[in-house]
Design a protein around this ligand. Structure first.
Ligand code: PLP
Length: 349
């Protein structure tokens, strides 16, 4: 995005190098944290201040500081499967135990509140929700989020514990056809949001994001202090200084989802006409496709013959499906369609 480069150049040219490259508070620059809070309040009608925001090294950095803060050894973290495999590594970094709750295949991979309710026990410390979802491309609806919130409120009251939703939102801005991605802090008090600009501004290598810890969450002040220290002692120290300044200047930039949308439609239609069964994605840039004979690993292996790269669903704790990433040029999508046709023919589709 040209605006991002211009902003980076202008900041580099117009800021005193001592100020530009120096350390700052481990939580990030106060003016950046306040700007993020105000932007969220404008967009979602929330009531955050800079004190609720910690600038992080992407969503991955955010998830790690939050898990480091919340987890004691053997604490459980629930997640709906299929899920981003790194969650397992992040949770085990802090001696926690990740437990998967299957999303409802019959309900288009929406989360199942009744299944979540049954999976919660006295060791459950958090539930990670990734919306829009990697790998399915599904957006969890407001109705589903309300059901999840009600199930967790009920379970917290029964057990007398605090159970946090960790909302992992790097794909928040990638929503198609005007779909709304619910802001979970408005539905559930004990929500911590992990956001990043990796996908919305297409700069994953720059490692910039933030965590929101709302004041109404249980032990909010303690969690903020501990997460700031976690940012330091996990070795992140602080989010990249130049990128903090850049995002503060670009908070109102709109993500152009048009190119992804075009890829989404061309790929979906091509897969359907080749006889496959993809889930129509409402967000992110992934397509979740059923393996014709149920064997996702063999399907991925066969696809390689045609230079098609899938990630098998087994890698997301959900065999039987594969994930295609369509964050590539439109030309590549168009060129891939004859290859999908041939792959379909191998399966007699
Ligand atoms: N969460 C999910 C679901 C992701 O897909 C990714 C990256 O692909 C991340 C977190 C990490 O994002 P970041 O690059 O901002 O750390």
């Amino acid at each position: 995005m040209a605006r991002i480069c211009e902003e980076i150049i202008s900041i580099a040219e117009n800021t005193d190098p001592m100020e530009l490259h120096g350390y700052m508070s481990n939580a990030g620059y106060p003016f950046v944290r306040s700007a993020v809070a105000e932007s969220l309040n404008r967009r979602f009608g929330t009531g955050f201040t800079g004190e609720n925001i910690i600038m992080t090294v992407g969503a991955a950095g955010g998830l790690n500081i939050v898990l480091k803060t919340l987890l004691n050894p053997d604490d459980e973290v629930l997640v709906f499967s299929p899920y981003f495999l790194e969650y397992g590594n992040y949770v085990s970094n802090y001696d926690g135990v990740l437990k998967a709750v299957p999303a409802s295949e019959a309900d288009g991979f929406q989360p199942d509140a009744a299944a979540l309710y049954s999976a919660v026990n006295e060791k459950t410390k958090a539930v990670i929700i990734n919306n829009p979802n990697n790998p399915t491309g599904v957006i969890y609806s407001e109705e589903k989020i309300k059901e999840l919130a009600a199930a967790l409120e009920k379970r917290q009251a029964e057990l007398g514990t605090s159970i946090y939703i960790i909302s992992d939102e790097p794909y928040r801005e990638l929503a198609y056809d005007g779909a709304e991605v619910p802001y979970i802090t408005k539905h559930y008090r004990n929500t911590i949001v992990c956001y990043s600009w990796s996908k919305s501004l297409s700069l994953p290598g720059e490692r910039i994001g933030y965590v929101v810890i709302p004041s109404e969450a249980d032990d909010s002040a303690l969690i903020v202090s501990a997460a700031v220290i976690a940012n330091r002692i996990l070795g992140f120290v602080n989010a990249p200084a130049l990128q903090q300044r850049m995002v503060a200047a670009c908070l109102d930039e709109k993500t152009d989802v048009g190119a992804y949308d075009r890829n989404r439609q061309t790929l979906y239609n091509g897969l359907k006409s080749a006889g496959f069964e993809p889930v129509y994605p409402s967000g992110a840039f992934y397509m979740w496709v059923k393996a014709p004979d149920g064997d996702d690993k063999a399907f991925s292996q066969r696809a390689k013959k045609y230079n098609i790269l899938f990630v098998p669903g087994s890698s997301f704790a959900c065999p039987g499906y594969v994930r295609i990433a369509y964050c590539v040029s439109h030309d590549m999508i168009v060129r891939s369609l004859p290859a999908f046709k041939k792959l379909g023919e191998e399966y007699g589709l």
